[in-house]
Design a protein around this ligand. Sequence first.
Ligand SMILES: [Zn+2]
Length: 387
Amino acid sequence: MEAYITADWIYPVKTPPIKNGVLGVNEDGSIHVVLSADEAKGIENIKHYDGVIVPGFINTHCHLELSHLRGKIAEKTGLTTFIKQILSQRQQPEEAIISAMQAADAAMYENGIVAVGDISNLLISKSVKLNSKVYYHTFVEVFGFNRPSEPIIAAAIEIKEGFNPLTASIVPHAPYSVSPSLFNEIEKVTSVDDISSIHNQETLGENELFETGTGKFADFFAELGIAQNEAHNCGENSMKYHLPKLSKTVNTLLVHNTFSSKADVDFAKQEHQKLYWCLCPNANIYIENNLPDVDLLKNEGLKITLGTDSLASNHQLNILAEMKTLQDQKAISFEESLKWATLNGAEFLRIDAQYGSFEKGKKPGIILIDIVKDGVIEKETTIKRLF
Ligand SMILES: [Zn+2]
């Protein structure tokens, strides 16, 4: 027995929004039918909601493991200072880390998030993910520039297998932290049905390190006593370094892209056919007080997704809040960013058979947002899960 619900607008995402559209929903929350107001004439007992109804949000970039650092990291200090703060404060008692992750997971659920691509360096998030109502794919993240690659990969394989039965894949952290030989080892353990992810051009110092061997990352490495690699100071930026080393057959997320230029986009389009471009605007403001050239990425027709990053660099794990920042700072419409926040993320995570849009047979989560008026997000809160 299905229920019928309606709102001021229904956003199926794959097709245009429907004014006073009607969703027929099966008892298990799967979509039975999507109807226009006309097509729904004659159906009785349609429950009306004020606001707009959208499919569940997909958060393609999070670090659940860093949830206990909420409010502990100073804002707008730049990426290298941010990393130093994370390293010095990350160690905490296990119970504190787990309870912070549980709270973060519950908050994501309340905020209408149905699936998460989550970066992990450890196995500690497994119990939270297993008991969650949210779908998780875990990216087991590796790094290493000045040490042998084999032990790094061996440890990562153990963590990946530890996450079983949850899905997981082994991925590089960032261009500045992964050596050519480690990229090579990652490629060896990547299979065609994996998904990959890498932090990309998050700060100016990252490009500078590769181009000229100078800047904030070069200083940071010097401070740590890490010798420069042959890839550094080579006249080409970080994207030219890492993209050719990635597996070309798997969906791959470039995260942040704060300093990606038109030339980078042109190069990326030639080099890799399965790229998705993740924006984490609130984290970019938190860490670097800078935002990517969103118009460029949009106008180039790239597949854009959204992420919250972690509570170390965000005040909340809320995709609607990321959409509001893009609306306020970059004039991105609700309808546009909604596709990034739902369907594109589901496609990237290869879960679009169930998530990302209202279509017959899918069970994408059904979210009521009553603070969107005339396609404008007025506040960040007031999200209600209907299914
Ligand atoms: Zn991140």
